[in-house]
Ligand binder design. Structure first.
Ligand code: MG
Length: 385
């Protein structure tokens, strides 16, 4: 029996994680849950999964939840302290880090410091502070198991080969909804257009990131830290069908890939059950019905966010945090209708240009860069809207 704590349980990854837990009640138990402010969904999750502790970021929502769950034996906490309590609760063996964005950084680090195995869906923590996060994990012999489908694929492939034989990692990308949309047409896309991902059903932030290819850029940085490879060993390949979730080329030229239907419950289940595999009862991959699998190089001129991510990790220091935080502000502003779709890449590019890189020795350095980038990005949004 594994005890599991979920950060971000009402989001897309959180709900899929609970789906898996519900399928295997003899293998998993929920210790604690956290969310931002979705009271209804959280109450239903508490009644179904009976966690010992629940945190809502919004304090007023937490008070309302407490009233609604007064008949239940659950401790309800709130705010950042609450999130840290959920990530360090003694009962949990695994912490699923599925908070969206930079809000996942501190709780993920707290869970690592508490010695929890991490099932990592929050790529932003790695983008902002990959060196610190991986160092802390190594010092405590904490395993970080990837949930992101591409990184799960690489992780699974690496189980079949020796680390020293790895030549390069090939991250596949669906290309998002605007792969074949001209630059002029992309100027006019609406929030609704951008939220319509062709293959994956995900949260709003990651869906917009997929449409700009920033998501792939963040994944490149995540892969660099998770697999301890040089940035020159990572390539991105557009594969629109999202059947091959990523590949590894070994030194002899052999390329191994992991395939499956695009369903996040598969990589989530593997992270929870590792090193075992579960008998998942769901649709199976049927290659005879899949049709053509296609591959092409990404167009970095059309999708500059991807090249900004390569730039940021090559420059290093505070630049990856600046990339991430300015993108978060720009995506939020787009979702709120304050800027246009192409303003996202403009804001990120301009703020990176403006940034004077500083070394990142500890988390305070990261938070300083984060704060600076947010302020600059907000100012730019204000000027545009
Ligand atoms: Mg992914």
């Amino acid at each position: 029996m594994k005890n599991i704590s979920i950060l971000g349980s009402t989001g897309s990854i959180g709900c899929s994680t609970l789906d898996i837990i519900a399928m295997f009640p003899e293998s998993f138990r929920v210790s604690a849950l956290s969310a931002c402010e979705n009271i209804e969904k959280m109450e239903a999750q508490i009644r179904r999964f009976k966690p010992a502790m629940v945190s809502l970021n919004n304090r007023q929502a937490a008070r309302m939840l407490k009233d609604r769950c007064s008949d239940l034996d659950v401790e309800i906490v709130s705010g950042v302290e609450g999130l840290i309590q959920v990530s360090t609760i003694p009962e949990a063996d695994i912490v699923v880090s599925a908070v969206s964005g930079s809000a996942g950084l501190i709780p993920t680090l707290s869970a690592i410091k508490a010695g929890k195995t991490i099932a990592l869906a929050n790529k932003e923590a790695m983008v902002m502070a990959g060196e610190i996060v991986t160092r802390e994990a190594e010092e405590r012999s904490v395993r970080i198991l990837p949930v992101d489908s591409e990184h799960s694929a690489i992780f699974q492939v690496m189980e079949c080969g020796r680390r020293e034989d790895l030549h390069k990692i090939i991250l596949t990308a669906s290309g998002g909804p605007f792969l074949k949309t001209s630059h002029d047409e992309r100027k006019k896309v609406t929030v609704e257009d951008a939220l319509r991902h062709p293959n994956w059903n995900m949260g709003a932030k990651v869906t917009i990131d997929s449409a700009t290819l920033m998501n792939k850029g963040l994944e490149v940085i995540e892969a660099r830290w998770l697999f301890d490879v040089s940035i020159n060993q990572i390539e991105v390949l557009i594969h629109q069908q999202s059947i091959i979730h990523s590949m590894v080329e070994f030194r002899d030229g052999s390329v191994l890939s992991q395939m499956g239907i695009p369903d996040m419950r598969i990589p989530i289940a593997y992270a929870l059950s590792y090193p075992e595999r579960l008998d998942l009862v769901m649709q199976r991959l049927d290659l005879s019905k899949t049709g053509m699998l296609t591959f092409e190089m990404p167009d970095l001129k059309e999708f500059p966010c991807l090249s900004y991510a390569f730039d940021a990790i090559r420059i290093g220091g505070s630049m990856t945090a600046v990339l991430n935080s300015s993108n978060e502000v720009a995506v939020r502003a787009f979702l709120d209708g304050r800027v246009e779709f192409l303003d996202i890449e403009r804001i990120v590019g301009d703020i990176m240009l403006k940034h004077t890189v500083t070394p990142v020795k500890d988390i305070e350095d990261v938070l300083m860069a984060d704060g600076w980038a947010r302020e600059e990005a907000e100012r730019m949004v204000g000027n545009i809207s």
